[in-house]
Ligand binder design. Structure first.
Ligand code: SF4
Length: 360
């Protein structure tokens, strides 16, 4: 796949560039396998600058595999709150328990063993094995795939597993035995700062002389991406039911996305239904009836390919308010913010708390 001069020059030039321009990362000087495992899982789907404050907070609360393994899922989700893609947090929690049982609390260094852990794919396994353990394993994220596809002028669609495997193998051929972790981080950093998706800065790129896409003037056409799926607009309605200065919140028990997290009762607006009717339906799911329901704001957010407009209505519990159980709680605003909450629910609470009144 590589021309002989590419094989020799690319790792050398990339490492030289990284020593000067690499982004400082908290794990750079003392790469600990557990810290890398948490960081790499957080970095799946989320950008570095967003991840760093969450990573600090998470590792402060769960400094070791053992502390994470022993924690309650609710608390783990709480410390993940705002990062999204919560199945990552649930998997990381289970991975910590598996590491305690199977490896006595030490994160394994072999990529094959790492890949057996819940939620650990090739990227995460490669990042831990190379950066924390010095193993010559590729760790390709979207940045890495993009750079390799451009360097090689690779024509395959990069989201396809066969094409990913080919690029993975290509990376294996150039990853150096010495400093494989730096090589992987250099690819991530070059992709984030120089070889970006929309504005590759080829004139300052250390690899330009060896980049087939640049030499052919095709850097903007590569990598080949799948056709974009248009986002679907939908409307949801949630109800903030109040009683004795408390709000009624429910725990999600289904779905991969927000399972185990807390929210206000919520439904999707059906065709021909008014927002008030949907609000009554959302309240009825909990056995509650609401009076004086009034609009209290709109929160917009996106989940997967849905662009969601969330209508928030606020009212009082009528007659007998529903009793608490494992999936239903009456909470003060302060208690609500301590629960594991999806980001849109945090935004709803901010809207409620920035309003003139608190529950009454
Ligand atoms: Fe990316 Fe341009 Fe560098 Fe090629 S020369 S790796 S396209 S920035």
């Amino acid at each position: 796949m590589w021309a002989p001069q590419q094989r020799e020059a690319i790792p050398r030039l990339l490492l030289e560039w990284y020593r000067v321009h690499g982004r400082p990362m908290p794990w750079h000087d003392t790469p600990h396998p557990y810290h890398l495992l948490v960081a790499a899982i957080m970095l799946q789907q989320t950008q570095v600058q967003t991840v760093l404050p969450y990573l600090r907070r998470f590792l402060h609360r769960f400094p070791t595999v053992q502390t994470l393994a022993q924690a309650k899922e609710d608390e783990v989700l709480h410390y993940w709150g705002g990062l999204g893609y919560y199945s990552r947090a649930r998997n990381l929690h289970r991975a910590a328990q598996q590491i305690v049982q199977q490896y006595g609390g030490r994160v394994p260094c072999e990529a094959t063993q790492l890949r057996q852990l819940p939620g650990v794919g090739e990227y995460t396994a490669g990042a831990v094995a190379s950066i924390a353990c010095g193993k010559p394993e590729p760790a390709l994220d979207a940045n890495g795939y993009r750079i390799l596809a451009r360097l090689l002028a690779f024509e395959g669609e990069v989201s396809r597993p066969t094409h990913r495997r080919q690029l993975w193998e290509a990376c294996r051929q150039v990853i150096p035995e010495q400093a494989p972790g730096d090589f992987n981080q250099a690819l991530m950093d070059l992709g984030a700062t120089v070889c970006t998706a929309r504005h590759p800065r080829c004139l300052v790129c250390p690899l330009a002389e060896h980049c087939s896409a640049f030499q052919q003037g095709r850097q903007m056409d590569l990598p080949v991406l799948p056709p974009r799926r248009a986002s679907e607009k939908v409307q949801d309605v949630c109800v903030v039911i109040e009683c004795d200065r408390r709000w009624l919140m429910v725990k999600r028990t289904n779905g991969q996305l927000w399972r185990g997290m807390w929210e206000f009762p919520r439904v999707r607006l059906e065709e021909g239904e008014t927002i008030e009717q949907a609000a009554a339906r959302a309240a009825a799911m909990t056995g509650a009836q609401m009076s004086d329901a009034a609009p209290s704001g709109i929160v917009r957010h996106s989940v997967m390919h849905y662009a969601i407009t969330l209508h928030v209505l606020r009212g009082r519990a009528r007659v007998q308010p529903p009793q608490e159980n494992g999936q239903l709680r009456w909470v003060t605003p302060e208690e609500a913010t301590a629960l594991p909450l999806p980001s849109p629910v945090r935004k709803v609470i901010q809207t409620l708390m920035s309003g003139s009144d608190t529950p009454g």
